[in-house]
Design a protein around this ligand. Structure first.
Ligand SMILES: NC(=O)C1=CN([C@@H]2O[C@H](COP(=O)(O)OP(=O)(O)OC[C@H]3O[C@@H](n4cnc5c(N)ncnc54)[C@H](O)[C@@H]3O)[C@@H](O)[C@H]2O)C=CC1
Ligand SMILES: O=C(O)[C@H]1O[C@H](OP(=O)(O)OP(=O)(O)OC[C@H]2O[C@@H](n3ccc(=O)[nH]c3=O)[C@H](O)[C@@H]2O)[C@H](O)[C@@H](O)[C@@H]1O
Length: 434
């Protein structure tokens, strides 16, 4: 299929390289500086397997780059929109990136026969976009085809999804989408467009709710001396519940969970519904970092002049994305309290904010620190020499915000005099054994 993909952020770029790999003729469109970077081989995104597929797409000739969306789509059979849909300060979804693209086709007076909306858009958006196109005489059909990939495993998720959701109006659109994804072995759920749009929000907010539930239970575990890992293992082994997304910690981050939750709350308001369960999910998440700051305060007493070593800047492992990362919330809170932050991340080497020093190794970050906090569960943190980490610190206090460290690593840390290990939803352990 000849397809033009607009937006080469996370979703657009992954879709472009994967569809090119599957033999489609893909033209990817973005703004001038982004395309200049891509032409020079600069991806801007760190994602396992992406570089290889990118090189593959260039070598095969199946992947081309353009800045002019109309020119890029002249002989395209479909246009896929993967532009950003951020939340505005008033809680409404900002659809200006989508409108900007469609305005170009309306002005041109022609458009590919099919527009596939890959971006996450509020329920009813595809209907509204189609009405606008019709008003200018364009007969293009719009399909809602939400994306469920996760950063850090984006290629794998795109190539081997649990399902493909196609919200469409006609057998023609369904057949085109089945053809586009013919080489992906996954069930295709065909439904109306509004349901497809809502499936995406319901899935993301349900996952966020599972995480907030686990975090709420972890606070209860701390209050009663239970172990959240055991509790969630017992809960998740019920097949009706499942073991995933029950990992307690510093809360969810990333570009989508908070944004999509806000957007769905606004969609609810527009039809007179308050969606209280989602209000609670957001509230619990917002309280995570303040709860960790409170733990630091109870360890340190006086905060002035304290230094915190933070391990993990990206919002999850295997990505360099810091959008809405717990790290950014922590940094703001530390600045308010006058706590100096020295951070380390295996792939994020620069943070565009004041008040943080990004170190070149975990060991350098820990030197002179009054506590360490693990924010991202990068596997390489497990194999650090934790006795060495403790030795370099001013006070050997460790807050494991992801329950990452196995007993052996904790024991090494606790070899140091006065060392304290503070996990999530479990009892605190010190070198004195309590
Ligand atoms: N990041 C993720 O893991 C996932 C994101 N989504 C959804 O996919 C959509 C895209 O997300 P991301 O890739 O993270 O967004 P992003 O913000 O990283 O990328 C959007 C890209 O679109 C480009 N763009 C904007 N307006 C344009 C225009 N008029 N012409 C050409 N290019 C234009 C921007 O320059 C940017 O490169 C959002 O709706 C998001 O909610 C869905 C699933 C996963
Ligand atoms: O719409 C999107 O953008 C995507 O949002 C999430 O994907 P992503 O944000 O990339 O990553 P997740 O693995 O979902 O993690 C999100 C956050 O939740 C946290 N998390 C995850 C799982 C868990 O048990 N506990 C927990 O705190 C992670 O550390 C991370 O900060 C969804 O999982 C994807 O299906 C969806 O396509």
């Amino acid at each position: 299929m000849r397809i033009t993909i607009v937006g080469t952020g996370y979703v657009g770029l992954v879709a472009a390289v994967c569809l090119a790999k599957q033999g489609h003729q893909v033209t990817a469109v973005d703004r001038e500086p982004v395309i200049r970077g891509l032409r020079a081989g600069v991806l801007g995104i760190w994602e396992p397997g992406l570089e290889e597929l990118f090189a593959d797409g260039r070598a095969s000739g199946n992947l081309r780059w353009e800045t002019d969306v109309v020119r890029a789509s002249l002989d395209a059979e479909a246009l896929m929109l993967a532009v950003g849909t951020p939340t505005r300060p008033d809680g409404h979804t900002d659809l200006s990136q989508l409108h900007e693209v469609l305005a170009k086709f309306m002005h041109h007076g022609d458009c590919p026969p099919l527009i596939i909306v890959k971006s996450t858009v509020p329920v009813g958006t595809c209907d509204e976009l189609e009405v606008s196109l019709r008003e200018t005489g364009l007969r293009t059909e719009i399909v809602s085809n939400p994306e469920f990939l996760r950063q850090g495993s984006a290629i794998q998720d795109f190539m081997y999804p649990d399902r493909i959701v196609v919200g469409c109006q006609s057998p023609y659109a369904e057949a085109e989408l089945r053809h586009l994804y013919a080489r992906i072995d996954a069930p295709v759920q065909v439904c109306d467009r509004r349901s497809a749009e809502l499936i995406k929000y319901a899935a993301n907010t349900f996952l966020a709710t599972k995480i907030s539930f686990a975090n709420m239970m972890s606070d209860l575990c701390e209050g009663y001396g239970a172990d959240i890992r055991q509790v969630m293992a017992g809960v998740g082994s019920d097949r009706r519940i499942g073991p995933h997304f029950l990992q307690a910690g510093v809360g969810y981050g990333g570009s989508c969970f908070s944004k999509d939750l806000q957007s769905l709350l606004t969609s609810g308001k527009l039809v007179g519904l308050s969606l209280p369960m989602l209000e609670a999910t957001a509230h619990i998440n917002e309280q995570r970092i303040p709860r960790f700051i409170a733990k630091l305060i109870s360890c340190w007493g006086n905060l002035q002049g304290k230094r915190l070593a933070v391990l993990g800047i990206s919002f999850k492992p295997n990505t360099n994305d810091v959008r809405d990362a717990p790290f950014l919330t922590l940094l703001k809170q530390c600045q308010l309290h006058g706590i100096a932050v020295q951070a380390y991340d295996p792939v994020v080497q620069h943070v565009p904010y004041d008040g943080v020093h990004v170190a070149d190794s975990a060991y350098t970050a820990s030197v002179g620190a009054d506590a360490i906090m693990i924010l991202t569960e990068w596997p390489q943190f497990v194999s650090l020499d934790w006795a060495r980490m403790a030795q370099g610190m001013r006070q050997p206090i460790m807050l494991d915000g992801r329950n990452l460290l196995p007993n052996k690593a904790v024991e090494r840390f606790l070899e140091h005099d006065a060392a304290v290990y503070i996990p999530v939803g479990r009892s605190v352990v010190s070198c004195w054994g309590d």
